[in-house]
Structure formats: C-alpha cells, structure tokens
Design a protein around this ligand. Structure first.
Ligand code: AMP
Length: 214
C-alpha cells in the first residue's frame, strides 16, 4: 500500500507518517528530510536549495522528483508513505508515472486539515530530536527532562531554520497556491480521505488508521 500525507506545514504529516512506519512497517519518504540531509552533508544540490528552503519557497520539481525516483528504486516491499511530496501537480503526475512503471499506484491520500492559526502555534513551538526524529513542542509536548529526548536520550534537539513566522507565512502561501490544488486532484481520483488534524493525538492516529482501511 502506498499513501500520501497531504496538508499544510505543521499539519502533522511527519508525525503521522512516523506512526504508520511503526504500526505497519511502511517506509517514510520525506522530501523535506532528504533536502535537509543534503544541506547538512554539503552536497552541491544541498547548497543550491538552502536559500530557497530558508525563504519558505518550493525547490524545483526536477530536484524533488529525482530524490523520490532514487528512493523508489530500492528493494522495499512494505509500501511507501509520501510525506511532503507531491507538492505540485507536476510532482503528482511524475509520482503516478514512477509508480506505474513499477506496477504500483497510490492507494490513499490522507489530507490532515488544520486551521492557519493552529499552524502558526505548532510551527513556532516545534523542535525535533536530531537522532531519532521524535517531534516536540514547547507548550503542548515538551521533553520530560529539558534538553533530552524522551525516546532515545539524545541531547541533539534541533529547531528548523524555516520554523519562524516569516518563513511560515511564505510556506503557507506556497501551500495554498501550488499544493492545495492536489486536494481536488486526488478527490477526483477517488483517493482523498480528510482527517481533522486538530483532534487530540490519539484521535488523529485512529482517524488516519480508519482512513487507510476504509
Ligand atoms: P518540509 O519538511 O516538508 O516542511 O519541507 C521543508 C522545505 O523543503 C519546504 O519548505 C521546501 O522548501 C522544501 N521541500 C520539501 N518537499 C518539497 C517538495 N515536494 N517540493 C518542493 N519543495 C519541497
């Protein structure tokens, strides 16, 4: 089974993708994580996209489609969760073609719906563990011991360079202009399932699980 997690920045795509990895042995493919890794390791592509990412704009379709194509070539059989990809109609078409070439398809698109005010609050308080990827929030989910990850004990807690209000405003603009048309695109294909992303964590998890099996 292959699933797309769709939603504005801060809607909870990465968090829910991680739940599915744990519950169903699926593989999370986050283009945001891949691009951040490319920046950290100082690859030519990473350096090229750094300023674009910090400004909250989308990097070009050919770069992210290339990253995804590389990952789909691997031997994984448990199904993929696409997190933060596709973000444009061109990316959606490319994904369909890449999967079709392997005799596969997208089975469900989960839209995590959250209002803009909640997004600002979620994004500006967010930090993650650089070692295991666990996501925290200053107010709603701080670590039990300050500066130490509850899950793996690492003290490598990080805030993203683009998790500030200016960059978020631009990311939201990009989302509404370029990504939100995908909601209609997948609705028309009969694949869209909408989940209220503002519910308590347990309720969102349950709704995502139900949306996948429906
Ligand atoms: P994310 O971690 O998904 O919020 O992505 C962080 C940033 O990486 C975005 O603001 C974009 O600059 C870039 N990015 C991630 N995925 C894509 C994509 N599918 N298409 C274009 N840019 C992307």
């Amino acid at each position: 089974m292959n699933i797309i997690m769709l939603g504005a920045p801060g809607a909870g795509k990465g968090t829910q993708a991680r739940v599915l990895v744990e519950q169903r042995g699926m593989k999370q493919l986050s283009t945001g994580d891949m691009l951040r890794a490319a920046r950290t390791s100082g690859t030519e592509m990473g350096n090229k996209v750094a300023a674009v990412m910090d400004a909250g704009q989308l990097v070009t379709d050919d770069i992210v489609i290339g990253l995804i194509a590389e990952q789909l070539d691997g031997p994984h059989t448990g199904g993929f969760i696409f997190d933060g990809f596709p973000r444009t109609l061109a990316q959606a078409d490319a994904l369909e073609a890449l999967l079709a070439a392997k005799g596969q398809q997208i089975d469900a698109v989960i839209e995590l719906r959250v209002n803009d005010e909640a997004l600002v609050d979620r994004i500006t308080g967010r930090y993650t563990c650089g070692a295991c990827g666990e996501v925290y929030h200053d107010r709603t989910k701080p670590t039990k011991v300050e500066g130490v990850c509850d899950e793996c004990g690492s003290s490598n807690l990080k805030r993203r360079a683009d998790d500030n209000e200016d960059s978020l405003r631009q990311r939201l603009m990009e989302y509404y202009k370029k990504t939100s048309p995908l909601i209609g695109y997948y609705y028309a294909k009969g694949k869209l399932r909408v989940v209220d992303g503002l519910q308590a964590m347990g309720a969102v998890k349950a709704a995502v699980a139900k949306a996948i099996t429906d």
